[in-house]
Design a protein around this ligand. Structure first.
Ligand SMILES: [Fe+2]
Ligand SMILES: [Fe+2]
Length: 163
C-alpha cells in the first residue's frame, strides 16, 4: 500500500535520480574541460537547483518530520543509518551545486572542471545508493508505521515545505 508521503518522496527521488544520471553522462562525455554553451548552462543551473532542493528541503523534511514519527515508535536504526548518509551527502551536493551554478554563469576552468568531475562522480555514487535504500526500505516502513491521519499531515507538511 502506497502512502501519500511515500508517493511524494518517490516522485522527488525519481527527479533526483534523473538529474544524477544526466550528470553522470555529462561527466563521461567530457574528458577535457567542456565549453559551457547556453543549453549546458541551463542544464547546470537546473542541476544546481535540484541538488539544493534535495539536500536542503527534502532531507530536511525527512529528518525534521518523518524520522520523528519513526523515533516515536522506537524505529531508531533506520533513522540513524539514513541520517548518517545525509551528513555525508549534504556537503558534497552543495559543493557540486555551487560549482554547477558558477559554471552556468561563467563556464569551467580546468581546475573547477576537475573539482566538479571528482565531486560529481562521488555524489552520483553516494546519492543513488542512498535513494535506492530509501526506495527499498523507507517507503514500506512508512506504510507500516504511519497511519492515514499522520500520513495526510506529513504530506501536507511536505507540500508546504518542499513543494
Ligand atoms: Fe529521500
Ligand atoms: Fe534521505
Amino acid at each position: 500500500m502506497q502512502t501519500q508521503t511515500g508517493a511524494l518522496l518517490h516522485q522527488a527521488h525519481m527527479t533526483t535520480i534523473e538529474a544524477l544520471q544526466s550528470l553522470e553522462e555529462y561527466l563521461g562525455a567530457n574528458r577535457k574541460t567542456p565549453a559551457v554553451d547556453e543549453l549546458a548552462g541551463r542544464r547546470l543551473k537546473q542541476l544546481s537547483a535540484i541538488l539544493r532542493s534535495e539536500v536542503e528541503s527534502h532531507f530536511g523534511f525527512e529528518e525534521n518530520h518523518l524520522f520523528k514519527v519513526f523515533i516515536e515508535q522506537g524505529e531508531t536504526g533506520i533513522v540513524t543509518m539514513l541520517t548518517h548518509e545525509h551528513r555525508s551527502i549534504l556537503p558534497l551536493a552543495l559543493q557540486v551545486a555551487d560549482l554547477a551554478a558558477a559554471a552556468a554563469q561563467s563556464g569551467f576552468t580546468d581546475a573547477t572542471w576537475s573539482e566538479f568531475k571528482d565531486a560529481g562522480a562521488e555524489l552520483v555514487e553516494r546519492e543513488i545508493f542512498h535513494i535506492q535504500k530509501e526506495e527499498m526500505g523507507l517507503l514500506s516502513a512508512i506504510s507500516a508505521l504511519v497511519d492515514p491521519e499522520a500520513d495526510a499531515e506529513l504530506a501536507e507538511v511536505y507540500r508546504r515545505e518542499v513543494g
